[in-house]
Design a protein around this ligand. Sequence first.
Ligand SMILES: [Zn+2]
Length: 396
Amino acid sequence: MDKNDNGEKITSINEIESNIGIYRFIYNMELAFINYFRQLLKQNGYEDKLWITQSSCDVILKMLRQEYAFLEKAESSSRQQSQKDLVTAFKRYFKHDLKSHYPVLKKRKNTQKFTFRIMNNNNNIRIQKDKNGYYKIKLAKLGLVKFKTSKEYKKLLLKGSNPNDESVKIKHVVVKRVNDKYYAVFNIECIHVPVKIIGPKQQLGIDIGCSKLAVFSNSKEIPNLNLEKETEKIIQYQKMMSHHKKDSNRYKKAKKLYHKWMRKLVNKRNDYYDKITTCIVENACFIAVQNENIIAWKHNKFLSRKLQLNAPRNFMDKIEYKSQWNNIGFVKVSKNFPSTQTCSKCRKINSNVGGIGNLGIRDWICPKCGTHHNRDVNAAINILNNGLEIVGTTMQ
Ligand SMILES: [Zn+2]
């Protein structure tokens, strides 16, 4: 066990791995015990109807802890988590009339992805400076861990680490290993989210598009993130994987790199979406969006690739839950509403403009009132108007 000059414990990957190992050990031992017990029942001619509950597993865990001293090294909440997962697996098995898979032993080989959870009791999970003045995450018994995050999240975590700050609370942390990378996922409760007011708050209609990420009813727009490099690499390694035999060393190497670039892409995109949606919600007092195109796009060969990369659904969900956090009116306009074809001035429907076939038309002139429309801005205005109508009708 490493300690620095201040007597603070510094954790290593080995220790995180040993926690993951203990998780697996408890899961497997309890399962083996249950299996053994079921076999005994069968051999003695009893009906095999053994219900696995939390309390029956508690008894087994207690026995295991007496037998194996090393289990005490693990976090108590991560010990509990392992057991909870086993009980859930059994519940699922029983619920589907025994048709669902019977829980199986967890093998070291099959655990590409692994997690354990530590609950925050008495501020035992926090961010603090080490003796050199660098911020580290303190994970209860595990000690201090180096980490990387964006400035905004660090601020949030620092608030959560301060016991005098009531606005943010760290509830628990999940330590995750995905393809040999370790992540700490914090579950944070914001009691009061202070919203920065940058200008007068606006009612916003948002047209989520393919060529641009979003176009607003106030004619501002947000471009798509440039993911060309990531995409290129992903396709490259995907091809390499298909050319090599499965389980060969080259295949494994390509797979590892494929996952690396996939991870980069997803992280980059999430970060971008998070920043933008926060900014949108901070500046709006009412938001209407339409998810019209998303399903139709899927059947289009060229658009579906773009769709996969840009994940507009993900973007919309972020706006939705952030609106809820900040008590901002949020409406999803029906996908059948012809937002693109309708003239936002006179409401004449111009069917020549809509549909995937006409995506090339960027602007058009209304045949009835002669207004010149930008295709996406016009759609966003219609979405806003329709959203306001929906709220109006439901409020009566
Ligand atoms: Zn018109």
